[in-house]
Design a protein around this ligand. Structure first.
Ligand SMILES: Cc1cc2nc3c(=O)[nH]c(=O)nc-3n(C[C@H](O)[C@H](O)[C@H](O)COP(=O)(O)OP(=O)(O)OC[C@H]3O[C@@H](n4cnc5c(N)ncnc54)[C@H](O)[C@@H]3O)c2cc1C
Length: 313
């Protein structure tokens, strides 16, 4: 039977929903136990949130000033040591997990399985390749600890209602000093977080400037939606790169995705494959985005978007 350890992603005392998505993935292993480890300078608040996730048996905390920031090189030796009692160690396929999990895998001498999107057995998985154009079945050796990232867009977050015990874990791993925290630069916004928003409005190259992109923000605010962008819009400097949706941006699964002035390149579509309803606004009726859109509006976005916003009142 599988014993799964999930590394909690958190920032500023808040557990990221990606952790609860990993729990849902872990449940499909038919696991004997699912534990979460919280590495932090002061882990109590985050551990309390993790303990509420339904299906979690135990939350381990590793309190250490060195864990104040999620430095993969510092966290990895600690998780690798804790991994000894587990068959599986999981993290989300967010920037956090993509940074940390390969370091853990390397320390354990195993190959990492990336982007689990479906589970066929305790060591058999499906994952997307070629920007999501093909799905490959992967079988990992059953006699080794399995280290993997979970494709968060493929798994709904496990609900609350759990009451897992919280234990402090003692870790004696030597922590490297060659990597230190310098600073965190991130966009500050009151809008819903792009990766967990239930509605997202995205703009593309067609917006033409950062000033014109304001109509995307304005529509998003009317809808209470997060804001995304195509890579072309990011590369042109209309918006910061943390808004990029797609293969080299964020993979998201909102209930509603509105693509405005976005052509629908395969690398963009990779990021929205799991979206519920997709609405596209584009002046070119042959734009590839319409092939996957549930609703399409053909016309000039600079006319349609203000009208839409007006209609919303
Ligand atoms: C390795 C690699 C990774 C990549 N990763 C990503 C990624 O993560 N995310 C991503 O988005 N892209 C990614 N790309 C880039 C991708 O291939 C496209 O170039 C990009 O998505 C195009 O962005 P766009 O749709 O905004 O621009 P365009 O393709 O130029 O499309 C603009 C669209 O706006 C429409 N339009 C123009 N004016 C108006 C108007 N007034 N009203 C309505 N519609 C209008 C046009 O008809 C057109 O369809 C990647 C590329 C590579 C090679």
């Amino acid at each position: 039977m599988s014993k799964v350890l999930i590394v909690a992603e958190h920032l500023d005392g808040k557990l990221n929903p990606s952790t609860a998505r990993c729990v849902t993935c872990a449940k499909s292993f038919d696991a004997e136990s699912i534990d979460i480890v919280v590495l932090c300078a002061a882990p109590d608040a985050v551990a309390a949130q993790a303990a509420q996730i339904a299906g979690v048996n135990k939350v381990l905390t590793v309190a250490n000033a060195a864990n104040a920031h999620a430095l993969a090189q510092v966290w990895a030796p600690q998780v690798a040591q804790l991994a000894s009692g587990y068959t599986h160690v999981l993290g989300p396929s967010t920037t956090f997990g993509k940074d940390l999990m390969p370091c853990i895998a390397a320390l354990l001498g195993v190959a990492q399985v990336s982007d689990i999107m479906a589970v066929d057995g305790a060591h058999a998985f499906k994952r997307p390749i070629y920007a999501g154009n093909a799905i490959i079945s992967v079988t990992a050796p059953a006699d080794k600890t399995l280290v993997a990232t979970v494709r968060t867009a493929s798994w709904p977050a496990a609900g609350d209602g759990g009451s897992a015990g919280i234990e402090s874990a003692s870790v004696s791993a030597t922590l490297p000093t060659h990597t230190r925290f310098v600073g965190l630069k991130q966009g500050k916004s009151d809008r819903p977080d792009l990766q967990s928003a239930s509605k997202v409005v995205s703009g593309g190259r067609a917006l033409g400037s950062s000033e014109a992109f304001s109509i995307i923000y304005s529509l998003a605010d009317k809808l209470g939606a997060g804001v995304g962008a195509s890579r072309a819009a990011v590369d042109a400097g209309y918006v910061p790169s943390d808004l990029q949706v797609g293969q080299t941006g964020k993979i998201i699964s909102p209930e509603l995705y509105i693509a405005i002035g976005i052509s629908g390149a395969i690398q963009h579509l990779t990021g929205i494959k799991d979206a519920g309803t997709i609405v596209a606004i584009n002046k070119d009726g042959d734009a590839p985005i319409f092939e996957i859109a549930d609703f399409g509006l053909v016309g000039d976005l600079f006319q349609i978007v203000p009208e839409l916003e007006k209609a919303l009142g």
